[in-house]
Design a protein around this ligand. Structure first.
Ligand code: NAD
Length: 612
């Protein structure tokens, strides 16, 4: 009060911070203010406690005297005998000149091998069948979505014959691989992680061309692949040490719970996380003791092939990892239908996932097991902005969640639900923020939004963009380059939450915005969907955060942050409802889906020992 009085006497305007609300967050706010105002670097302290001159304090910092950034240190390879704690692979720090230069050089190397030029041929991606590279008469071209005239790779187009041969080879090694100690299986994953780490920039650069991923997202995808190897390697060790201790053994009885590979595993992967997702499913199945047949997406065989190279270089025995590129309806369907396949790990669209689930449920003549299906499918993910949200934080995070990788993430925000009180402000600011996004070829470092994956997606999404005006009010439609499969980032306000644009998974840079009266209305709108994959809330109200955590129907709920970018071992990822069946990837329950538990009970009372 004496300060108030003094300031008033000087005739100055006075503003008083008064946190209003619950005690604990209010205290936190007060502590933050105190820390800021009393810190050694605080202007208030320098001026008023230390009496430094104002002119001196206002001098711009002398940039030339700042220390240069230190070089990043590369992690040592994991020692299979002492793996230690799992820590995610740090993503690239683009502020470091050396990191930027390495990546630019990798992009240049990849670009040099592509494109028109005398004698240049696209890279060939053969199948790997029982340890042998196999080509097929027909090939599938994967092209650069940012320059579709450029063929990046030509992969084999495997069919039913290759599928049958691969299953036979896998059956032949299944028993031996199942009986291989968990430590040896884990060691393969740790060595594969190191192989990927050593080639990180090159592997990411390929994604800029074959998958249309901007560099930060491509780098994050490679990091996630490394994470899966490191995490599942440790997980199988945890499970095998736990299993001996996790059941009771009363005096006179020894009980042992152990986990065993289920048998031949088929992995069917999408193109949108072209290295990370195949790696997650493949390494989990493999380390759990199953031989794996990987069927990559047609659009990204070259990226996926690196995983197989990594596993082979890491010592995966012949036949334990096989690679069958080809069309989903051909080789994919043949693998799913094969009676000797025990487990199918699928990530992709709802339609294909449900069909696989249905087909796998019916045993065929001679089949002696029920197939296990782990299916991760689509989403139509809601993100709520509450009336008291910090909009400086919310708006860029919404734009990133909706338009990062051109909205082609299963976790992308596609329904923004804004409370009435801040609706106009949020939409205006979001439009402004989206207008600033740089759309272009992902090989350029500044690009934030690349093309969509193929001609079909391009045509389908442009159809939705055109239709947006009929289903709502288009608030923003961005500019896109002429060549390439680019779709303008689009924001459309919708009154009817049942409009198809607000309900169907579009899988592109199209964001629908809905207005909610209050939090009840917002939560009801958010949950009114068949999917349950990701959801989010921006709010400063502890009560609203509690409600969202309890009531939002989604496998992954994010509060006050973007809703994409789950990290292995931190945000185990996956949905329920029509978004998926199975436990979360990158989480402690995942490996169990690839194993059969067995319990051996032995009566140890008065048996003695017979001589051997
Ligand atoms: P998609 O379903 O078209 O294809 C996925 C894979 O299935 C491809 O390898 C394809 O060749 C194969 N396939 C297609 N038809 C098949 C058949 N009849 N039998 C066997 N295999 C067949 O999906 P996509 O376009 O590659 O990926 C996009 C979809 O994936 C989106 O719906 C997205 O939400 C979903 N997704 C989900 C997650 C998740 O974790 N929940 C992650 C990434 C992508």
């Amino acid at each position: 009060e004496p300060l108030h009085a003094a300031i008033r006497r000087l005739g100055l305007r006075l503003r008083v911070y008064a946190p209003v609300g619950e005690l604990v967050p209010g205290m936190a706010y007060l502590v933050r203010r105190l820390l800021e105002n009393t810190s050694n670097e605080s202007f208030v302290r320098h001026r008023f406690a230390e009496g430094r001159e104002l002119d001196q304090l206002l001098v711009p910092p002398r940039v030339e005297e700042l220390p240069g950034p230190t070089e990043p240190t590369r992690r040592p390879p994991t020692d299979p005998a002492k793996p230690g704690r799992y820590d995610p692979e740090p993503t690239a720090e683009w502020r470091r000149p050396s990191v930027r230069a390495d990546f630019a050089a990798a992009v240049e190397r990849v670009a040099e091998g592509l494109g028109p030029g005398p004698g240049r041929r696209p890279t060939t991606v053969p199948a790997l069948l029982d340890g042998e590279e196999v080509t097929t008469g027909e090939v599938i071209a994967s092209v650069d979505p940012g320059r579709p005239s450029v063929v990046v790779a030509e992969s084999a187009a495997c069919g039913a014959a290759e599928a049958a041969a691969a299953v036979e080879a896998a059956v032949a090694v299944a028993e031996r691989w199942r009986a291989t100690p968990a430590e040896e299986r884990a060691a393969v994953l740790f060595r594969a992680a190191e192989w990927l780490r050593a080639r990180r920039a090159d592997l990411a650069a390929v994604q800029c061309f074959e998958a249309g991923k901007p560099r930060d997202q491509a780098d994050a995808d490679v990091c996630e692949a490394i994470d899966f190897c490191e995490y599942y390697g440790r997980e199988v060790l945890r499970l095998s040490s736990l299993s001996a201790r996790s059941v009771q053994s009363p005096p006179g009885e020894a009980n042992r719970l152990t986990y065993h590979g289920k048998g031949v595993a088929v992995v069917i992967a999408p193109w949108n996380f072209p290295l990370a997702i195949p790696t997650g499913m493949t390494t989990a199945a493999l380390v759990a003791g199953n031989p794996v047949i990987l069927k990559p997406a047609e659009q990204t065989p070259l990226v996926a092939r690196a995983l197989v190279d990594a596993l082979v270089a890491a010592g995966a025995p012949r036949g334990v990892v096989q690679f069958l590129p080809g069309w989903g309806e051909d080789v994919g369907a043949a693998l799913v239908a094969h009676p000797d396949v025990a487990v199918i790990a699928f990530t992709g669209s709802k339609a294909v996932g449900l069909a696989i689930n249905q087909q796998a449920a019916t045993p065929v003549e001679g089949q002696r097991h029920v197939k296990r299906v782990v299916a991760e499918m689509g989403g139509k993910n809601p993100l709520i902005v509450d009336a008291d949200a910090d909009l400086d934080q919310a708006v860029p995070a919404v734009a990133y969640s909706a338009f990062g990788f051109a909205g082609q993430k299963c976790s992308a925000a596609s329904r923004l639900i804004v409370l009435d009180a801040v609706y106009d402000q949020v939409v205006d600011r979001l439009v402004g923020c989206t207008r600033e996004l740089i759309v272009g070829h992902p090989s350029r470092p500044e690009v934030q939004v690349g093309p969509v994956i193929d001609a079909d997606s391009h045509e389908r999404l442009l159809g939705w963009v055109d239709r947006a005006a009929a289903e709502g009010t288009v608030r923003h439609r961005g500019e896109v380059p002429g060549e390439g499969w680019y779709v303008p980032p689009t924001i459309v306000e919708v009154d009817d939450p049942h409009a198809p644009i607000a309900r169907e998974e579009l899988f592109g840079p199209v964001l629908t915005v809905l207005r909610a009266r209050d939090l009840d209305d917002a939560l009801a709108l958010a949950n009114d969907t068949d999917y349950a994959l990701t959801a989010g809330l921006f709010s400063r109200s502890p009560a609203a955060i509690r409600r969202a955590a309890a009531e939002l129907r989604a496998g992954n709920v994010y509060v006050n942050r973007a809703i994409t970018g789950a990290v292995v071992g931190r945000q185990p990822f996956g949905g329920y409802g029509l978004s998926g069946v199975g436990s979360k990837a990158g989480g402690p329950d995942y490996l169990l889906q690839f194993m059969d538990p067995r319990v051996v009970t032995e009566n140890t009372l008065r048996q003695g020992f017979a001589p051997e």
